[in-house]
Every structure is written in C-alpha cells, then in structure tokens.
Design a protein around this ligand. Structure first.
Ligand code: SF4
Length: 714
C-alpha cells in the first residue's frame, strides 16, 4: 500500500532519475537504514529510511558524507603481496586474487601443521560478513581464536552487562525516563545512535533530569541539568557511595531485589564493611559528600530512572568494577528493562549463512586465547596482550593473524609493541578499504568492498528486535570483493569449497532470513524488519548462573575475583615530571578509519586537538590555538591546544579521531592531526582485558609554532 513515505521516495527517484536501493549506513556501528539513489552507476542522493524505527529518516554528518567512499581514488583496488622483510616500511606489488589466496592457503596449511590451528587468530571491527571468515577458520580450520575489537571499545561495559544481566549490552529507553545519569558517555558529541540522542533530547524536553558524570564538560554535559566533574578513573567510588546512600536510606526497591536479584544482603554488608560512604568517596572523586547524597536520593526516588555507561568509565584498570557499580544503581532501584530503563533487547532470529554439518567441524585443540591468557571473563580478546602470544609465545604461539576493517597498529596502545608483533608473524593478512597502518605491516593486503558495494544482513541497533540489510548499490572499486566471495574462494583453495556453495549473495541471504517473519524479497524492498518491542524480561529469568540479576557475581567468584564490586585506584598517576593525566574523548565527525580520508568531513573537522584547563594552561604557558607537545615517559606528539574552562584540573583530554595516515591511509588523511596511542605503555584491565587508554601521565609544553587554523569551538 502506498504511503506518504513511499510516494516521497518514488517522487525523489523520478526527480533524480535514479533507482532506489534500500540499504544501511555502516560508517559507524549504529547502521541507520537508508535509501540510496543511484543514476548511471553513481550515488546521486541518499537519505535515511523514514519507515525504520531507529533513525526515522535522519542521518548524521558522517553518514551524509559517506558516499565519498565509493569514489575515493585512494581506495585499495587489487590484492597486494609484500616484497620486503617485515620490520621495514612495507613495500608491495600487485597480485592476482588467485596468487594472493594461494599464498594465504599455503601459509595456513604450514602453520597448522607446525603449530596447530589455534596459532591463527582473527580480529576485526565487527562486520556481520565476518562470520564467513569465522565459519572457515573456526569451524573448518579449527582455530578457537575468532575475535572482534571490543577490548578497544566497550569491553568493560559488556562484561558488566553480561555478568549482571546475562545480556551483551543494553539499549537505552531515554524517551520514557525521568532521571538519567550518564557516566563518561557523550551521546551528543561522539558516535552514539541517532535515535538514542534524539530520544534523550526529547526526554529532557518532557522534564527528564539529565546528570552527566565526566571529567570533561562534553557536548552532552553542556546540555545536562547537572555536570559532576569527577576525577579521572573515580566512577566506581562514586557509584559505590551512591549505592551505600540508597541502601542505608531504605530507598532501594525491596520487592524487586528480593524477587529478581542475587546477593543483595551480602552487598549491603560489603558496602558497610568497606566503608564506601559519601565522605569516603569525596576526596577520591572530587565530588562533595552532600552532593553525592542528594544525587543518590534523587536517582532512587525519581521513577523511571537509568544509570548508563559506555566507554569512559572503562579506560582505566579499575573500569570493570566501576561499570558493575554503575549498573548496580539500576538493579537495587528496580530500574531494569522497564519503560525508561536500560533495555535488555530481544535479538532477531537471524540464521547462519552457511550450513556446516557437525561432523565436519574441527574440534578446537586448545582454549581460546582470552581464557588461556587468564581472562575468562573477557567478552573479547584482550588485544593489547596479543603481542605477548606472537612475540613471546605466551600463553601459546600465534603465528598467523587476519585483520578485517580495523587498524590495531593505530588503535591499540603502545604502537611500537604492536608493530613488533607484526614483524614476528609468519602470516599477516589485512582485509581493508584503505592501505591502513596495519596493512602496511602485513604480508597480504586484500581489498574489500564498502557497504555501498556489497550485501550484509545484520541485527539492527534499535531497542526492539530488528534486521537491517544493505545491498549492492554501485559497482565495486577496482578488484575489491566482499568477504563472502573472498572466503568462498579461499575455502576452495583449502579444500573446503563444498561448504560455501552459494553463487550469489541472495543464496546465503535466504538462509540467514529463514526464521525471520519476512522474506528476503520483502527485506530487499523495505530495507529492514522490526519486531515487537517489549519490556519486563527480568521476571522471565535471565541467562545468568542464578537466572537473576547477579549483584553477587558467581562468574567473578569462579574466576578468582571479588564477587561484589570493590574500589581500587587507577594504575598510573601523575607525578612531578609528568603532572597531568591523559584522558580521551571522541569527535562527532569521525569514526573508526573510514572518515579520515573523506574531504567533506575533513573540511569540517580536519585536525584534532588536546583540551587543557585554563588554570593548567596558564601554569604551563599554553595558549589557546597554539601547537603543543604532549609528552609521556614513552613518546611525544605535536598537537593543537584548546584552552577550556570545562575540564577537571590536572588532566588533559585528547580529542581522538585523527593522526592516521602519517604513513598510509590516503592523500586527504595523511599528516593531519595527531594520534596518542604510542604515548601509552600497555595497561590492561586485570578482569576483562580491556585496553586502558587513560592510564597515562603526560606533560604539556608549547611547540613554538602557532597554528594556521583552529579547530571549531564546541
Ligand atoms: S549514526 Fe552512524 S550509521 Fe547512522 S548515519 Fe551516522 S554514521 Fe551512519
């Protein structure tokens, strides 16, 4: 049936003389459903899919500029093989797909024979087509080491959510909330979902109180009713003190905790025994005890409410328990999976794209790396520990590595160590859009297609169950291939071709969609499927060991950790030589490594900067708009300075998103801005294996050269 929206799409297509391809944007992980208008093989217009429940037609600047990736002359166009020894700046020659895949298949066979299949690992950003690689390398080749990039992202949030609620991560029902606390979470300034940001703003208009806990006066803090300028790495202390106030004040939800929580009474004793009072928390957090009490009482008595975390609280070695403590505020107040709360969303019933019989699957011979490394609670590989396996053989040797759509040489701390790791690998394969810094350290570089040139079917990032589809809209760049074609061809070289029998993407698409109440043809027509959004899953029982919210965590206890969250100091503290704590925040115009070579986005935001408090700037002779050196005990970077009022004194904040391309990445990105990852030594969460990007002390001093241009003011 025609609707105003379908009429609009048809009219736009007529005006543009274009065909419309329903798709989604994968410039960032929020994958907004889109309509792509294509004429003569080029994208002439694109907009959000107004019928989709998440973005309802809207897109952010990154998404609007994303068509550039289909025309970028710096894209990888054909496979390449390394011609010089690793450890030197990479030199490559063009290869055919046949030659490149023969090389990979031969190396894989040799590694398996000499070291076992577990000596090959796979890491990626998180592309659903990654599962093709996993089916080949895990199910058939036999490696248990199939991972994504979570330890550089939201590892601690994921671990907290899994151990408490048995759910991988929550969605946020801001629109129905009346009190929201965001811990180190910058929805309005970083890469957060458009629908969540819109609902947060709408909730505020309806009277919801927004409290932001962050050392930095971020874009979200600027819109908040209250900003709590906490000292870096102190979130856990503040959350535990708030739990103490709520429980001792008898403000918790007695009925909810008795029915649905495991270990509440023990938690009350734990808080008492440890003395986690507001007065205890005040000198740690820099937040006055009376204010802690007031916020705790407001949170407990205003319903519905939500305490939410993302990455900010997790960039410290104490981040795992900080995350648990922040979510325990929700649990003890009975604020889980009801309207206005964290939502433990239902997933769509997506199937696997290939059917591999059980008796054809290889049995893993060893524990996966994260378990063997001593991180059984890690939801993903502790990436910053991978060099230990490759260079030192600890816990066991890793000799082959696949990297897909991620750039660990730049995104993991301690770049020197990560580059050294690549020099030790017998086989390093990078599957990418650009010649990234990681590709330059590899043996083989395979050009993958972008989301405008390939099909993908994946879980939608809406709070109800959702499927989103992207389908090929334009011709591929050069000889680039999608993952499903690369894996099929590699499987044939390895003798597993019969398990990848599809000829076109619709063949595996039918399998993926077989349990979804929508046909593949309908999905191609509509671009998404959305099921019923529902709440109240907690009484149904949760997939935790007890079936309840685990305030006392059996999984923590079994792994040898304290079953209740405890406070510990962060690992690295400033001293007389390096008097400032390095922290990070993100930029709304950039994401991952797909935006830095986009001239549209670089015109808006072409360089990143470090923020420093006005008092610290005066102390160290820093001028707003001047270049400075940020120096740690390990390395130094040259970067623009922004002098701000809204940053806790004693720390600096690097706006992250540039500094790629000093050696690679394309002509637009090259040499723009600075990247901070080599300032850090390797610090890893002892519980989750998360990368601790904020465990770094620095000093800052003028670099003598005045900036030609300044970054836009926030
Ligand atoms: S929020 Fe992410 S997925 Fe949505 S339009 Fe922006 S970049 Fe694309």
């Amino acid at each position: 049936m025609a609707t105003a929206e379908t009429d609009l799409a048809a009219e736009l297509a007529r005006i543009k003389q274009a065909r419309v391809v329903k798709s989604f944007c994968y410039t960032c992980p929020w994958q907004c459903p889109t309509e792509v208008y294509v004429r003569d093989g080029r994208i002439v217009y694109h907009k959000g899919n107004a019928r989709a429940p998440n973005n309802i037609g809207s897109r952010c600047a990154k998404g609007m500029a994303s068509w550039w990736v289909t025309e970028d002359p710096d894209r990888l166009k054909y496979p390449m093989l390394r011609t010089n020894p690793k450890g030197e700046p990479g030199r490559f020659r063009r290869a055919s797909w046949d030659e490149a895949l023969d090389f990979i298949a031969g190396k894989l066979a040799g590694i398996k024979e000499q070291w076992g299949p577990e000596a090959v690992a796979f890491t990626c950003h998180h592309d659903p087509n990654t599962v093709f690689y996993w089916h080949l390398l895990r199910d058939l080749y036999g490696s248990p080491n199939m991972y994504t990039h979570t330890s550089g992202c939201e590892q601690d949030r994921r671990s907290a959510c899994l151990t408490l609620f048995g759910h991988v991560f929550p969605m946020h029902d801001f629109i129905n909330s009346r009190y929201v606390i965001l811990w180190g979470m910058n929805n309005l300034g970083a890469n957060q979902g458009l629908w969540e940001s819109r609902e947060l703003i709408e909730a505020k208009k309806r009277g919801c109180k927004l409290v932001v806990v962050d050392p930095n006066f971020t874009e979200t803090a600027q819109k908040a009713d209250e900003w709590l300028p906490i000292r870096p790495g102190a979130d856990g202390a503040l959350a535990l003190a708030m739990c103490h106030v709520i429980i001792e004040g008898d403000l918790f939800d007695r009925d909810f905790v008795s029915r649905h929580c495991e270990g509440f009474d023990g938690f009350r004793e734990h808080l008492r025994e440890r003395g986690y009072t507001p007065e205890w928390a005040e000198p740690i957090t820099g937040i006055e005890a009376g204010r802690i009490r007031r916020i705790a009482r407001e949170f407990a008595t205003t319903k519905p409410a939500m305490s939410a975390i993302f990455k900010g609280s997790g960039y410290y070695t104490n981040g795992a328990d900080a995350g648990r403590a922040c979510y325990l505020l929700d649990a003890i107040c009975g604020e889980v999976d009801k309207p206005g709360n964290l939502v433990l969303k239902d997933w769509a019933p997506l199937g696997a794209p290939v059917e591999i019989p059980e008796d054809a699957k290889a049995a893993p011979s060893k524990d996966p790396l994260h378990v063997a490394m001593g991180y059984p609670l890690a939801p993903d590989l502790p990436n910053s520990r991978l060099p230990d396996a490759v260079i030192d053989g600890n816990p066991y040797p890793v000799k082959g590595l696949f990297v897909q759509s991620s750039n660990p040489v730049m995104s993991d701390p301690n770049r020197d160590r990560v580059k050294e790791m690549f020099a030790h690998l017998e086989l390093a394969v990078t599957c990418e859009l650009f010649m990234s810094e990681t590709a330059l350290e590899s043996d083989v570089v395979l050009p993958e297609t972008s989301f405008y040139e390939q099909a993908e079917i994946r879980q939608g990032m809406w709070k109800g169950p959702e499927v989103v589809l992207c389908q090929p809209a334009v011709e591929r760049v050069g000889e680039a291939k999608p993952a499903y074609e690369i894996v099929k061809a590699l499987a044939e070289k390895m003798g597993f071709g019969r398990y990848f029998p599809y000829e076109k993407w619709e063949d595996w698409g039918e399998l993926v969609m077989k349990d979804v109440p929508m046909s593949l043809d309908e999905l191609k027509e509509q671009g998404f499927w959305a099921g019923e959004m529902r709440y109240h899953r907690v009484p149904e029982g949760l997939p935790t060991p007890s079936g309840k919210i685990e305030i006392r965590s059996k999984q923590y206890e079994d792994a040898g950790f304290e079953p209740y969250p405890v406070w510990s100091e962060r690992s690295v503290k400033p001293d007389a030589d390096f008097p400032l704590q390095l922290t990070h925040s993100k930029l709304s115009m950039h994401c991952n490594i797909i935006t830095q070579n986009n001239p549209l986005l670089m015109e808006i935001c072409g360089e990143n900067w470090v923020e420093i408090n006005r008092a610290d700037a005066a102390k160290y002779g820093i001028e707003d708009g001047g270049y400075v050196i940020v120096e740690s005990p390990k390395d130094r970077i040259r970067i623009l300075a922004r002098v701000v009022e809204g940053l806790v004194p004693g720390c600096v904040s690097v706006r992250h998103g540039h500094g790629f391309g000093h050696w690679a990445m394309g002509s637009v990105a090259r040499g723009r801005g600075a990247h901070s990852n080599n300032l850090m030594e390797t610090h890893t969460s002892p519980v989750t294996g998360a990368n601790c990007y904020n465990e770094c002390k620095v000093r800052v001093y003028p670099a003598q050269v005045r900036a030609d241009s300044r970054p836009r003011r926030r």
